[in-house]
Design a protein around this ligand. Structure first.
Ligand SMILES: [Zn+2]
Length: 584
């Protein structure tokens, strides 16, 4: 399901410097546009206000049936409405104001022809009834659909995942991240004695004579459609709270019943996580919905206010990775960081997924910094990241394309580099908090995030973002020394690249220089010029003029030619910001 843009900016790199073989251009289809563009004619004229989702789940035949009442504001009059629901699910009917609505199907999109007038500013509602056997997730959580499985005691365990593929894998909606409802009801009916845990607060539990029970959850906030999730199993429940920046924050924990002790041991990390991320990012974005951690039979996912967890109650990621060496549970920390970056601030287009993943990766380092009360520990964590430089982090827009896995580790290194440029940790923290306050409960284009950081850092970072997000190049600091003179400039950079960087100008440590593509010269006060170094906290490569080009592997890695080129962990596939770092 991951479709990557393989070309584009690679072509801008001089041929001799390209480490990778150019790959064929991807072919995007009409269906990709229907799924991936938030400005299709059937979407652009209406704004979701409320989803009222009711679904009965039938494990006996792996089927579901239900309806979604879609309340929406009319932005401009139109009579054709796009509602997404993936095959093999079937729409049974659509109703508006007590009347049947006719519709046609175009693959995974339905087009309803509305008869009632759609007056600008009106709040209207259409209800979509549907049923079927939803697609089964082949490789959750990286693949969308239902997982029908059993826990180790043989009890049914049913969950959904659909990030990337889309929420319309199992329920009808406007399947774009650009449009979130103001709130949502999720009423799921499951066979007894299963308990369903979903997003927001539990409003009611209704037992039915046919030995099923409806769990009515309510998310009282804007919410990503990919965050809406089923988690039905034999759960235990306990609660806790923290006194946070906006008062008492309720935390609720839902492990499988036989993992209750393990959860009590491992999951208190969620409380220290909340304290750390409130410090760095600002208040938890959903006090009225609370925070939840729910055990699931896959690695985990950032479902809003219902973070799913499948990391075996162990530190690390699948038992490995830098988070193991730094003594924390990768899934609790990474997925919960998405409450700020992904759920509070949501990228409108999948192409800007770096807004979710680069910050979540960077947040892992901040958690290490909190845990050890040491910026050096946080830096050591992030510097163990790996950059692949296979394809640019940002792919094509409007076609639901997902960029390189570099959105994790390289993106985290980019943010760590920008922190060095800002060179003022309180200012940097103010930027991270300011992002969450300024774009509170909003969907954004990545460019808005870039521009905000530039504006509030006091420096135009547009070329820095272009270099790291839109090319596969790593900036090369080319230099030569002659006596006590250092000459230097940037190569392998986008035109106009002007990132400041710290270097060893003297024996006392690193100092800023301001390279551009043109050669500059400064006085070097190093006792041994051969010891010249770049500050490894910057994602850049040093190259002494006249020496052989740094090997491609070094350029792909994070630092100087002598720097560490860490191998990815890849334990669970692509989601880890692959890491092999030293201990704090
Ligand atoms: Zn993530």
């Amino acid at each position: 399901m991951v479709r990557l843009l393989r070309v584009c900016l690679v072509a801008l790199v001089p041929g001799a410097l390209v480490a990778q073989t150019p790959r064929p251009a991807p072919v995007f289809t009409h269906a990709d546009t229907l799924r991936g563009s938030f400005t299709t004619p059937g979407r652009v004229w209406w704004d979701v206000a409320f989803y009222d989702l009711h679904v009965a789940i039938h494990p006996a035949d792996s089927s579901i049936a239900g309806y979604n009442g879609i309340s929406y504001r009319v932005l401009k009059p139109s009579q054709e409405m796009q509602i997404d629901l993936m095959t093999p699910l079937e729409v049974d009917s659509m109703m508006q104001d007590g009347q049947h609505v006719s519709y046609r199907r175009d693959g995974n999109a339905f087009f309803a022809t509305l008869v009632q007038p759609q007056r600008k500013g009106a709040l209207n509602k259409i209800t979509v009834y549907y049923h079927g056997r939803p697609r089964i997730a082949k490789r959750p959580p990286w693949d969308g659909g239902f997982t029908w499985t059993h826990d180790s005691l043989g009890n049914p365990w049913i969950v959904t995942t659909d990030q990337g593929m889309g929420a319309s894998a199992w329920w009808p909606n406007k399947d774009t991240q650009a449009d979130e409802p103001d709130s949502q009801r999720i009423a799921l009916t499951v066979p007894d004695p299963l308990i369903d845990v979903s997003n927001g607060r539990l409003r009611s539990v209704t037992h039915h004579p046919d030995h099923t029970t409806t769990y009515e959850w309510f998310a009282n906030n804007p919410i990503n459609n990919y965050a809406i999730a089923v988690a039905a199993g034999t759960y235990a429940h306990y609660s806790d709270s923290i006194l946070g920046e906006q008062g008492t924050l309720a935390t609720n924990f839902w492990p499988l019943a036989y993992h209750l002790d393990a959860a009590h041991r491992q999951w208190p990390q969620a409380l220290s996580m909340l304290r750390c991320f409130e410090h760095w990012f600002g208040p938890y974005p959903w006090y009225n919905d609370g925070y939840k951690l729910i055990e699931v039979p896959n690695a985990g996912m950032e479902h809003q206010t219902a973070v799913s967890y499948g990391n075996g109650f162990k530190n690390g990621y699948g038992g490995r990775g830098a988070s193991l060496r730094f003594g924390f549970d990768f899934i609790i920390i990474h997925e919960s960081a998405h409450e700020w970056f992904a759920n509070n601030i949501t990228a409108k287009d999948q192409a800007d997924m770096w807004v979710h993943e680069s910050f979540a990766n960077y947040a892992e380092g901040l958690y290490a910094e909190c845990k050890y009360n040491s910026a050096d520990s946080g830096a050591a964590y992030i510097l163990s990241n790996h950059a692949r430089n296979d394809v640019p982090i940002i792919p094509a827009y409007g076609v639901n394309a997902e960029g390189s896995q570099d959105m994790y580790g390289k993106g985290g290194l980019m943010l760590h580099t920008i922190r060095q440029i800002v060179n003022n940790d309180e200012k940097w923290r103010g930027i991270l908090r300011g992002l969450n306050a300024t774009f509170y409960h909003q969907t954004v284009m990545g460019k808005q995030i870039e521009d905000y950081i530039s504006r509030h850092s006091g420096r135009d970072l547009s070329k820095v973002f272009d270099e790291y997000l839109r090319t596969t190049m790593i900036p090369e600091f080319e230099y030569r020394t002659a006596g006590n003179r250092l000459s230097y400039h940037w190569t392998h950079v986008v035109p106009g690249f002007d990132m400041p960087i710290k270097v060893t100008l003297g024996d006392s440590g690193y100092a800023f220089v301001y390279p551009t593509e043109r050669w500059k010269t400064v006085r070097l006060r190093l006792t041994t010029p051969a010891g010249f170094r770049l500050d490894p906290n910057f994602l850049a490569v040093a190259h002494k003029y006249g020496d052989p080009e740094p090997v491609a592997a070094a350029r792909r890695g994070r630092g100087t030619p002598a720097g560490n080129v860490a191998a990815p962990t890849g334990v669970f596939g692509g989601r880890a910001g692959g890491a092999t770092g030293g201990p704090p």
